[in-house]
Design a protein around this ligand. Structure first.
Ligand SMILES: *[C@@H]1O[C@H](CO)[C@@H](O)[C@H](O)[C@H]1NC(C)=O
Length: 460
């Protein structure tokens, strides 16, 4: 361990100097490129879209369900975890056996299907892809209350399932509020019930174009956007590409990925007191801690950014494998301390039944491989060269900072990109899956942010 510390220490100093010099050079010599018009590309096989919006219900065939049953029954004897390892080497196979038993014996898909169908859902063809979305209008809107369209964007390894508790909190009018939300929550292209691309290049920026077209198709020229994980990145790209369409951007994973932000992040994690109020320093992890955590927890990202199709085969073939791959993230990203618990803490905050809904959305649609490709289509040279990472977002922005989020950036870093930052909330609890974990906290923050976004700009 001592040796590792020396390596990490030396590595840290080298990384610091490298980051600072690259950052300064990059910031100085490369102007952020504000992307101009984006061509509306076609990502599917057909050249022209059918513009119809067709009602949709989840209805999986009996063949798919009996095949799943057979595969679960055939789950082999799994390699036992090392003593006291819990989730430190990845998903504990002891606990996975329990998940499989629950899945086989207690999880009733037809009931869950009825639950998933409780919100109105539709499909329409955009950019050659059939895009699935939930669309909930508020009922009983009091007189004088404005209905505001809000696009909710999920990420990986999530789905629209994350929003089921959040949606009613947004579409139910609140006393004394002059607005209420009409929610559109699409499955991202390649996720769940939405088609994946058949052509290369559908990264986060291109998805922003597709989903903006979806909103126009539904009839919304201007709308608010909320997102976490990929939804946050896509929402941010959308705000930068279409500042006249996005009325406000709310994110529970605000992140600035510019070289300057990296430099600031490194310097401030070494000397936090130079940048941050004393009382907030406890939220700030040291540079060594951050680096270690990133090394331990981002292997999946490298894999998915480079060879998504290879790992996709195994995950498509084995429901137990898919569950362990996805649920490991719901454990660690909700609370990193849960890696030391026998069940990965999964039942502390969630119910297994709800977690399995999300797994089933990946399984019954066979969409795991297309979902993984979003990493390779975004973390590449072509996407970086668009310059969106370095562009500024002028749309009114609100950031909800959940303490257990994978990584954490302070307001003084966020302000460089989000130049119209109207609200930053330090949340009392919660991690990466905010909508799923803490729907009330997230809903309250969205209401408050949009209230502020609707106020007339200061000085006018
Ligand atoms: C699902 O599809 C089957 C067969 O096509 C049909 O009989 C059933 O009514 C459908 N269920 C729902 C909830 O739409």
């Amino acid at each position: 361990m001592g040796f590792l510390k020396i390596i990490l220490g030396t590595g840290a100093i080298a990384a610091l100097f490298l980051a600072i010099s690259t950052g300064i050079a990059w910031h100085k010599f490369s102007k952020p490129y504000i992307p101009g018009k984006y061509p509306d590309q076609i990502w599917g096989k057909e050249k022209t879209d059918n513009l119809a919006i067709v009602p949709f219900k989840v209805n999986v065939s009996n063949e798919v369900l009996s095949d799943l049953q057979n595969r679960l029954l055939k789950t082999p004897q799994l390699t036992p975890p090392l003593e006291d390892a819990n989730f430190r080497y990845g998903f504990s196979s002891d606990y996975l056996q329990k998940v499989v038993q629950f899945w086989l014996k207690e999880y009733k898909w037809r009931e869950r299907e009825a639950f998933l169908n409780k919100f109105p859902q539709f499909k329409t063809q955009v950019a050659g892809l059939n895009i699935h979305f939930i669309h909930v209008k508020p009922s009983k809107v009091p007189e004088g209350v404005r209905v505001l369209p809000l696009l909710l964007l999920h990420g990986w390894p999530g789905s629209v399932r994350e929003f089921y508790d959040l949606i009613p909190l947004l579409t139910t009018p609140r006393d004394h509020e002059k607005f209420v939300f009409e929610v559109v929550a699409p499955s991202l292209p390649g996720y769940g019930f939405s088609d994946g691309a058949s052509k290369k290049g559908l990264g986060a920026a291109q998805m922003a174009v597709v989903l903006k077209s979806l909103m126009e198709r539904i009839g919304f020229k201007k709308f608010y956007v909320q997102g976490g994980d990929w939804g946050s990145i896509i929402g941010s790209d959308m705000s930068i590409l279409f500042p006249n369409s996005v009325l406000g951007y709310h994110s529970n994973m605000c992140f600035v990925n510019s070289p300057l932000a990296t430099v600031k992040q490194i310097i401030s994690s070494i000397w936090p007191s130079l940048f941050i109020d004393e009382d907030k320093i406890s939220n700030f992890r040291s540079f060594g801690e951050r680096l270690m955590y990133l090394l331990e927890e981002t292997g999946y990202m490298h894999l998915q950014s480079t060879k998504p199709d290879t790992i996709g085969v195994a995950l498509r073939d084995s429901p137990a494998g898919l569950a362990s791959y996805i649920l490991e993230k719901f454990s660690t990203w909700t609370d990193r301390e849960w890696r030391s618990l026998a069940d990965g803490g999964l039942t502390k905050k969630y119910k297994l039944i709800n977690l399995l809904d999300n797994i089933m959305i990946y399984w019954v649609t066979g969409s795991i491989t297309t979902s993984l490709r979003l990493y390779s289509e975004t973390f590449n040279k072509a996407q970086f060269s668009l310059g969106i990472d370095r562009a500024q977002c002028t749309v009114p922005t609100a950031c909800a900072l959940f303490p257990n989020e994978i990584d954490y950036q302070h307001e003084f870093i966020l302000k460089d990109k989000y130049v119209n930052l109207i609200q930053v909330t330090e949340m009392p609890r919660g991690g990466h899956f905010a909508a799923f974990e803490e729907p009330e906290l997230l809903a309250d923050d969205i209401w408050e942010a949009v209230y502020k976004m609707r106020l007339p700009p200061k000085g006018k």
